[in-house]
Each structure stands twice: as structure tokens, then as C-alpha cells.
Design a binder for this molecule. Structure first.
Ligand code: AVJ
Length: 317
């Protein structure tokens, strides 16, 4: 799902911090991608099912709300991954008579090669133009090459993984790279009964636990560390007031871990928590404020039938 970025530097920074942390973007190596596929299939993990329902039942309404006036548009996607959700949207958009090109953006070349091959087979008449770079850099490239209006997809509640300041920076940065009349279509997980949310990150089978602990395995494999995985647990937590679902890895005993490639040892107290992930939940009102402050006009909210999740279409003004 993601390339290597500054794995080593980020691990050093996180484990040396007073409150230790490990960035969740490093969950996604080949093994992590596989575990995430399992998570998406879990009955507790409603997010994927909700968004899939929205995309498969409301594509005509989504198309009607994108005022492309029959003009061809560029359907741009940030962090396309395996395209599981995008497939259904593209299929339904084609059925509804939309004219568009598909431009998936990902920093992983492998992801784009697989995605293009897969999608070209499914949609032989669709023009696919992958961009292999950072999101905002790719938008600049697209601006240079294309006059088409853009619809930028950011699905899967990935925006929920940003801290508050990064969310604002992200939306401002996106607005900056768009032209007046371009759209963005972003998936947000909504506040709901906190028990339902906590269950999604606290499955009984331990799949989410394995997903979190996989980052320790990665550090063992890629930096020569000696984390004993059995000496760590996973602790998910949801605060209904802030809407933050947070995940932690907990040290089950006082222990010292050596990381060979860093030439450094790290001490853990018994019960010490390493913060790994934020998955933020929103109200519709909070989403509207976010967009408004970043220079967007909310065109329409597309909810699933349970109102667990929303895909919001917003226009740059
Ligand atoms: C893919 C980042 C949206 O935060 O809900 C699933 C990842 N973490 N279970 C999320 C995840 C634990 C997921 N995102």
C-alpha cells in the first residue's frame, strides 16, 4: 500500500519520544496488506461495507452532483491500493454514462502496475493514466497535462488517520492544487454508538491485534531488532467526546529491545504504551466546517443506509 519513505528515521524518532509512537502508515508491508484484507472482511469492521454500499447504490446521484455537464473529467484517486472500492464506483459510473479518465496516484509503483492491469481487464475502454508520485506533486503533473475538470477521490476513511493539524493542512493543500469547479470526494467515518466503533478495532479473533503487532515484526525483519512479539499486547480505545479511536501496543513486562541497525537499545516499562494509530470519527457538522475553512463548498453528503459513514462531495470555490 505504501512505499518505504523514511522507515528507519521514523522508527528512531518514535521510539525515542517521551510518549513512544510508531506511525500506522508502516502497518502496510506485504503481510500488513494481507491482514488489512482480512480486517475489511470482518463483520465488526463496518467501514468498508458502508462505503461499498454508498458507491454501489448511489453512483448515479454522485454523477448527477458532479456538474461536469457531459464534459469528460479526470477521476483522480489518492492512495488507490487494490482498488476494491473504486472498482464498483467505476463500474457504476460507466453504467450511468459518465465520461472520464481514471488517474490513480500512489507512491508504490507495484500498486499502480497491478491496479492498471487489473482495471484494464475489467474496463477495456477506460483510459487509465497512473501517476507514480506524492499526491500533491501528482496533481501538479495532471494540471500541466490536462484541461479536464478533476474529481479527487480519497476513500476508505484514510483522512481519519491524520492528526487535526495534518487534516487541515491536507485540505488546504488539496484546495491549493485544484482549479475552481474541481471536486473532491472524501470518505469519513461518522460518530455513532461508541460500542460499535470500539468493536471495529477490537475484534475477538485478534486480527486487528496482529495488524498492529506486525509493525514490530517489520522492525525485527528490516532493522534487525529483537522484539519478542508475545511480550506485547494491543489496546484499542475510543473517546466519544473527541471522536478519536486510538490504538496502542502495550509492553507486557519491563524489557529491553535491541535494534541492530540503529545501534541502540530501547527500554520498556511493564504496561508502557506505544501509540500506533488514530482513526478519527466525525459529525456531519465537523466535516462541513473542515471543508468550509479550506475553501470548499459542500455539494452533497452521501450516507449509507445506517448512517455509519459518509462520502462527501465538495467543490473548490
Ligand atoms: C484503512 C486507515 C481507514 O483506520 O479504520 C483498520 C485502518 N486500523 N483497523 C482505519 C485500520 C485498524 C483503517 N484505515
Amino acid at each position: 500500500m505504501h512505499g518505504n519513505m523514511n522507515f528507519k528515521e521514523d522508527i528512531v524518532a518514535g521510539l525515542n519520544a517521551d510518549q513512544k509512537y510508531l506511525p500506522s502508515r508502516y502497518f502496510y508491508d506485504a503481510e500488513g496488506d494481507k491482514i488489512f484484507q482480512e480486517i475489511m472482511k470482518m463483520p465488526e469492521y463496518y467501514l468498508t461495507k458502508s462505503e461499498f454500499e454508498i458507491l454501489s447504490t448511489q453512483a448515479e446521484d454522485i454523477l448527477a452532483a458532479i456538474k461536469a455537464n457531459g464534459r469528460e473529467f479526470d477521476l483522480v484517486e489518492f492512495g488507490a491500493g487494490d482498488g476494491y472500492k473504486t472498482k464498483i464506483l467505476i463500474e457504476k459510473l460507466i453504467d450511468a454514462g459518465a465520461k472520464f479518465r481514471y488517474i490513480p496516484i500512489d507512491i508504490s509503483k507495484d500498486v499502480l502496475i497491478n491496479l492498471k492491469a487489473d482495471f484494464q481487464k475489467l474496463f477495456p475502454n477506460l483510459e487509465i493514466r497512473p501517476e507514480n508520485s506524492e499526491y500533491f506533486q501528482a496533481l501538479e503533473e495532471i494540471n500541466n497535462k490536462s484541461q479536464n475538470p478533476k474529481v479527487v477521490l480519497f476513500l476508505g476513511s484514510s483522512i481519519g488517520n491524520f492528526r487535526e493539524d495534518s487534516t487541515v493542512k491536507f485540505l488546504n493543500g488539496l484546495n491549493n492544487k485544484l482549479n475552481k469547479g474541481d471536486y473532491t470526494f472524501i470518505g469519513f467515518d461518522l460518530k455513532k454508538n461508541p460500542n460499535i466503533i470500539l468493536d471495529a478495532y477490537n475484534d475477538k479473533q485478534g486480527i486487528t491485534k496482529a495488524f498492529n503487532l506486525n509493525i514490530l515484526k517489520r522492525i525485527n525483519g528490516e532493522l534487525g531488532a529483537d522484539f519478542n512479539i508475545a511480550d506485547f499486547d494491543h489496546y484499542p480505545y475510543y473517546d466519544p467526546e473527541s471522536g478519536f479511536a486510538k490504538s496502542y501496543i502495550i509492553s507486557l513486562k519491563k524489557q529491553r529491545v535491541n535494534i541492530r541497525d540503529l545501534n541502540q537499545s530501547f527500554d520498556f516499562e511493564s504496561g508502557e504504551a506505544i501509540h500506533t494509530e488514530i482513526s478519527r470519527k466525525y459529525t456531519t457538522h465537523q466535516i462541513e466546517v473542515l471543508f468550509k475553512n479550506a475553501g470548499f463548498n459542500v455539494s452533497k453528503h452521501f450516507y449509507d443506509s445506517r448512517h455509519y459513514y459518509v462520502d462527501t462531495l465538495a467543490e473548490k470555490i
